[in-house]
Design a binder for this molecule. Structure first.
Ligand code: ZN
Length: 475
């Protein structure tokens, strides 16, 4: 849940933070971080016709002769060897993805339930074109068990009819937000294995030079066996090494937004994701949102209530107005001991790690990879690699463990192509070629079955998010 279109640059907080343009960025932010991104609204506008052109006789998704009736097959993933009730259900919309509608569908090639994500409005303008292409390339780049990746992309129609992109990913049963607000128990063991996997995935992303920029419980998908995958790369971007380059502040759901972003820092790095993880860690312990504020300024106030007034050295990148706001207020001492009251699981070790993540100064905040070395995560690592991972295996004499428990990306994610992307048409050609090349030599390509009633709805569905999004050039 992010930003409405058309609200423009209305300086709502401008009075509080004079001299900065912090206001407009927050005006349209909905402080609804607790809500999962979901398909809640009815589709509002019609999309283009169903994809045409099936030169390689692709299999059709979406009922009729295709999907629903097929028998679910075991997943390759150990996480889902037993078909869950969700896997037996017919195609239906499910709710994750900041930009796009996601459906649970059956792959007619093997009867497996998968998630189908529609990336709409791709070619509306150059910004959305670049954003979607970036997300698509990322989904195809990722090879990590704790990061959601593309299993397949639906065959695009001929370029003249090419308007939307459909990506298939693994289907997960729930997300961490739903788990946290549910009555089901969340033991210390659960928390440790979840946190381990979040950081394991994050280390991989950061090693590829990618900032997620919207880490929140709703973007952490989980299976019933506690396997966790980071999803939704609609806001992700490559780390910017040049501190003089400005980056957008229209990132991260407010409750999980790092203080440097709240304070209008024009340049930030991977530490913003670690802050979000710290908030989620506390939320798992206490089963409520740690900093649940009504506005970005109150968000900052809640943070300083806990951490105390930051020293000037921690605010060097802050905008003048935000710094003045902090300095104008009363001096606050830190009150970190309240973290012990989050729950019984808030042991000394847990609070120690939490306090390393919730550091005001991003330069002093622990990194994702260093957090993994904290003793609090030893049990989570052991549990994960004993019975959940794909990197270790069992032999009669015992378990053979991988050499690298928390692997990094083999290479950084490259975004050099973005520089040369100058027009929507050029982007369309590039994306079309990318998908076609990606499919070569793979399984029978899939396309949408235009006769399917469910897919008529799906095709019409325009992202309730991205249709509302009005962004300036995203950086
Ligand atoms: Zn393993």
């Amino acid at each position: 849940m992010a930003y409405h279109a058309g609200t423009g640059r209305q300086p709502v907080c401008g009075g509080l933070f004079p001299g900065s343009d912090l206001g407009h960025k927050y005006f349209c932010a909905e402080p609804t971080g607790a809500a999962p991104a979901g398909l809640s609204a009815a589709p509002t506008s019609s999309g283009p016709a169903a994809p045409a052109g099936t030169p390689r006789h692709p299999a059709a998704l979406g009922g009729g002769t295709g999907g629903g009736a097929a028998v679910p097959q075991p997943h390759s993933n150990a996480a889902s060897e037993v078909p869950s009730p969700a896997e037996m259900e017919p195609d239906r919309p499910i709710g994750y993805g900041a930009f796009g509608v996601v459906w649970s569908v059956t792959d007619p090639r093997d009867g497996r339930k998968v998630a189908l994500k529609k990336m709409p409005n791709v070619f509306q303008n150059l910004v959305s074109c670049k954003r979607v292409f970036r997300e698509l390339r990322m989904l195809c780049f990722f090879k990590h068990d704790n990061v959601l990746s593309a299993l397949d992309i639906l065959q695009p129609p001929q370029i003249d009819c090419f308007e939307e992109i459909y990506v298939i990913t693994e289907l997960m049963q729930s997300d961490l937000h739903k788990v946290i607000v549910s009555p089901q128990p969340l033991t210390t063991d659960h928390i440790k294995v979840f946190l381990y996997q979040i950081l394991r995935g994050l280390k991989y992303l950061h090693s590829a030079g990618i900032l997620h920029r919207d880490i929140k419980p709703g973007n952490l998908l989980v299976n019933s066996n506690c396997l966790l995958k980071i999803c939704d790369f609609g806001l992700a971007r490559v780390e910017e090494p040049d501190p003089s380059r400005h980056m957008t502040q229209e990132v991260v759901t407010q409750y999980y937004r790092a203080p440097e972003v709240l304070m209008g820092s024009r340049h930030y790095g991977a530490a913003i994701d670690v802050w979000s993880v710290g908030c989620i860690f506390a939320e798992m312990l206490g089963r409520r949102i740690l900093f649940q504020a009504q506005s970005p300024i109150q968000q900052l106030d809640l943070i300083t209530d806990l951490l105390g007034t930051p020293p000037l050295s921690a605010m060097v990148s802050a905008c003048e107005g935000a710094r003045a706001h902090i300095l104008r207020g009363p001096h606050k001492p830190p009150s970190l001991s309240v973290l012990y009251m989050l729950s019984e699981g808030a042991t000394h070790e847990a609070v120690h790690l939490l306090c390393r993540m919730l550091v005001f100064d991003p330069n002093k905040r622990i990194s994702g990879s260093d957090a993994l070395l904290h003793p609090y995560l030893d049990e989570g690592r052991l549990r994960y690699h004993t019975c959940m991972c794909q990197c270790c295996y069992s032999v009669p004499s015992g378990r053979v463990y991988t050499r690298d428990f928390e692997p990094e990306a083999e290479r950084p994610f490259s975004h050099s192509y973005e520089q040369s992307l100058l027009s929507v048409w050029q982007g369309k050609e590039l994306i079309h070629r990318f998908i076609t090349e990606h499919q070569q030599g793979k399984r029978v390509p899939l396309c949408i079955n235009p006769q399917s009633a469910a897919f008529k709805t799906f095709i019409r569905s325009t992202a309730w998010h991205s249709s509302k999004v009005s962004r300036k050039e995203e950086r």
